[in-house]
Write a protein that binds this ligand. Sequence first.
Ligand SMILES: CC(=O)NCC[C@H](N)C(=O)O
Length: 129
Amino acid sequence: MIVRTTDEITGTERDVAAGNWRSKRIVLGGDRVGFSFHETVIEPGTVNEFHYANHVEAVWLVEGEGTLLDRETGVEYPLAPGTMYLLDGHERHTVTTRTRMRMLCVFNPPVVGTEVHDENGVYPLVTVD
Ligand SMILES: CC(=O)NCC[C@H](N)C(=O)O
């Protein structure tokens, strides 16, 4: 069993900030459980274009409000606490925050460390040895 706290990982290599968001990655690929688990905060009043070509991501919004645009279909969804979205088709999408958002995110395959969006705007597929 692994028991870990947010305080333990804050300020460490598991605490990754990029652009308008900060991701505290409490489970990573090196934990060898097949997924990674993150708490992500996105700053208020921001427009964030995301695309995970190499990963499936599930996002469960805990705090905050805004909108989610599926850029593949043009469909826009309201985002509020309790809403989950599952990027099961590697959809290009845009998260627009009206307020500060805090969400819990699962990645499969797991993020292994400090991945941020590369020159193609996606997380590279990195495996653990
Ligand atoms: C949807 C979103 O918040 N993407 C940016 C960060 C990502 N969730 C991560 O935790 O690496």
